[in-house]
Design a protein around this ligand. Structure first.
Ligand code: HEC
Length: 148
């Protein structure tokens, strides 16, 4: 007759090991931040004003960052670095609108501030994420490693 594979003592040990591993994983997950590796992601005065304007004019009713927002217009996460677009392109549309986007009567100064805000957002990462750099414990090492 063979002995039972796991005695109560074994089970208790395995349980405690799993609890300990859960603790270790939790600590690592909550203490390892995703880096924003780009200085431009730091907001300057213009981009702070731009963020306020973006809220004031409710751009988010139609636009998304990282896929979240309204869906009448395109995602703006990387509009200031997208091929064929960029800061001047964005400013032009913000000032003059298009057939599908209403011009809201912003001043050139206000448009510059919003573009500064869009550039700060752009520097935080790329959307959609094309290259996921994960740590072994499942957090992002960085979301800004994409070759653009
Ligand atoms: C009523 C919905 C609506 C609002 C509000 C709106 N937009 Fe738009 N926006 C659009 C649409 C639709 C387009 C696409 C225009 C086109 O292709 O003709 C667009 C295009 C853009 C583009 C060019 C994006 C690209 O990738 O080509 C930028 C930049 C932009 N909007 C910025 C803004 C900002 C900043 C605000 C707030 C001041 C704003 N929009 C408010 C609907 C809106």
């Amino acid at each position: 007759m063979t002995a039972p594979a796991f005695t109560a003592r074994h089970r208790r040990t395995i349980f405690m090991v799993l609890v300990a591993l859960f603790g270790v994983q939790s600590v690592i997950t909550y203490t390892t931040a995703t880096t924003v590796g780009d200085e431009r992601a730091t907001y300057n005065e213009a981009s702070v004003r731009g963020a306020d304007l973006y809220r004031e004019f409710n751009c988010t009713a139609c636009h998304q960052f990282y896929g979240l927002g309204g869906y009448m217009g395109p995602d703006l996460t990387n509009v200031t670095s997208a091929p064929g677009k960029g800061p001047d392109f964005a400013k032009g549309i913000i000032l003059h609108g298009t057939q599908r986007m209403p011009a809201r009567g912003l001043t050139p100064q206000q448009a510059d501030d919003i573009v500064a805000f869009l550039q700060a957002v752009d520097a935080t990462g790329t959307y959609p994420i094309r290259h996921i750099d994960l740590t072994p414990w499942g957090t992002y090492r960085s979301m800004h490693d994409d070759a653009r």
